[in-house]
Write a protein that binds this ligand. Structure first.
Ligand code: UD1
Length: 418
């Protein structure tokens, strides 16, 4: 197994290019199941989750090529509608295949993804919505077994769910009649999926709002146009955090500042300068790094996927910061690792109080989930001495060329094998 060795550093500088968004690319790749033609996509990040999804599509009978961040996917040869446990267990987002497979083939079996490190993560809202659209759903031997022709209807999501919204948007696009989705997710990744389907000729109204209306094609597949995946807002936010925790000036290129408004506001509140020019965002050192309060919420609120990184950053602030994690009940797994580095963090349910310090100690720490891993790297950049972050396969799921990018910013970071 690989681990990262990171030497605490006083300063970073320079710029780094942001990859395409993993969480946008995943539903877009899955949406090719709805396509009439071969689908061409650019700016796909070369990370483990994307390769897992290609493996899943291949297993369903699709053909694809993936080189230099460009993919060509042909799902005309799909001949299998069972998404196997072996692949789904590696990546929860595989559940995204449920809606499109059912809409196109009127039957499918998708393994239940199960729990994960950050919480229980049920898929009840995905299933309820499909049932409301006329699907028969049963859980058999760990699989969601679904069948039936889908009809448009009104669906109110009790909670805002990102992949749940994406799943039902894709299902509704081939259903018969109008589907109205109320309390639908508005994340930029959901918006790009909707815009892609609209480009392919789907009649869809309310993109980016709380309510969407989709006029399904009654089984007819859509002629897709070329897709260019949006920049990864979480990757951009993570590198900006690296600038912040080392109080250095760094620039992220090929980013979209509009998608990061809530995050950039928090940097400003902490005292950092933020400059935005076209697709570049620069963070400038703060005279004094101030404590903050953060409540995670759905877009356009502060993203839960940036919570761990800001917790690491709060360790450097003057005073006590408060982070209230509202989306996932167990998303504080990084806390015990940060404590091993000498952090002062108190947990009370879903609220963390983080008291800043002048110095953290280096330590051996273990990554527990994708974003927690990046928080540990950030803390290691601030800690005195050489830290080792283990189980970095979590990081490889979502961060492309991580060491290369950190090295480019001047970090002393090495990937080594245990
Ligand atoms: C997506 C993102 C993930 C991000 C999360 C929240 C992808 C591939 N992953 O995950 O990086 O952290 O959004 O922004 O895009 N819920 C239910 N029932 C359901 C579905 C969700 O109760 O059927 C709950 C969840 O437990 C959670 C909340 O709704 O508390 C939001 O989860 P959701 O938006 O569905 O997260 P994901 O789509 O899995």
């Amino acid at each position: 197994m690989y681990y990262l060795e990171i030497e605490g550093t006083s300063n970073l500088n320079g710029s780094v290019e942001i990859s395409g968004a993993k969480n946008a690319a995943l539903p877009l790749i899955v949406s090719s199941i709805l396509a009439k033609n071969e689908v061409s996509m650019k700016n796909i990040p070369n990370v483990a989750d994307i390769n897992t999804l290609f493996l899943l599509l291949k297993n369903l009978g699709a053909s694809f090529s993936f080189e230099n961040h460009e993919a060509k996917i042909n799902t005309s040869t799909l001949n299998n509608t069972k998404a196997k446990y072996d692949i789904v267990r590696k990546m929860r987002a595989s559940i995204l295949t449920l809606g499109p497979l059912l809409a196109r083939f009127k039957e499918c079996e998708v393994s239940l993804p199960g729990g994960c490190a950050i919480g229980q993560r049920p898929i009840d809202l995905h299933l309820l919505a499909l049932e409301k659209m006329g699907a028969n759903i049963a859980i058999k031997q760990g699989y969601v077994v679904a069948s039936g022709a889908l009809k448009g209807t009104d669906i109110i999501f009790d909670k805002i769910t990102v992949t749940g919204s994406e799943n039902i948007i894709m299902a509704a696009s081939l259903a018969k009649g109008k589907t109205k989705l109320i309390n639908v997710a508005k994340e930029p990744e959901v918006v790009q999926l909707c815009e892609t389907l609209k480009e392919a000729g789907l009649d869809i109204k309310g993109i980016g709002a709380d309510e969407l209306e989709i006029y399904g094609t009654d089984g007819e597949l859509l002629p897709f146009k070329e897709i260019n995946v949006i920049p990864d807002r979480i990757e951009a936010g993570t590198y900006l955090c690296a600038g912040a925790i080392t109080n250095s000036k760094i620039t992220v290129k090929k980013a979209n500042a509009k998608h990061l408004s809530a995050v950039l506001d928090k940097f400003r509140q902490m005292g950092f300068g933020i400059e935005v020019k076209d697709d570049e965002i620069t963070i400038l050192p703060a005279k004094k790094i101030k404590a903050i309060e953060i409540i995670t919420s759905e877009y356009p609120g502060f993203p839960t996927d940036m919570q761990a990184q800001f917790m690491a950053l709060a360790l450097r602030a003057e005073g006590t910061s408060i982070i209230d994690e509202r989306l996932f009940e167990n998303r504080f797994m990084h806390v015990s690792e940060l404590l091993r580095m000498g952090a002062d963090i108190k947990l009370n349910g879903h609220i963390a109080s983080i008291t800043g310090t002048k110095e953290l100690n280096c330590a051996d720490v273990m990554a527990t989930d994708l974003r927690a891993s990046s928080a540990l790297i950030l803390a290691a950049l601030f800690a005195k001495g050489v830290s080792r972050v283990h189980r970095i396969y979590h990081l490889d799921r979502g961060y492309e060329k991580l060491e290369e990018k950190f090295k480019k910013l001047g970090a002393n970071i090495k990937r080594l094998e245990e």
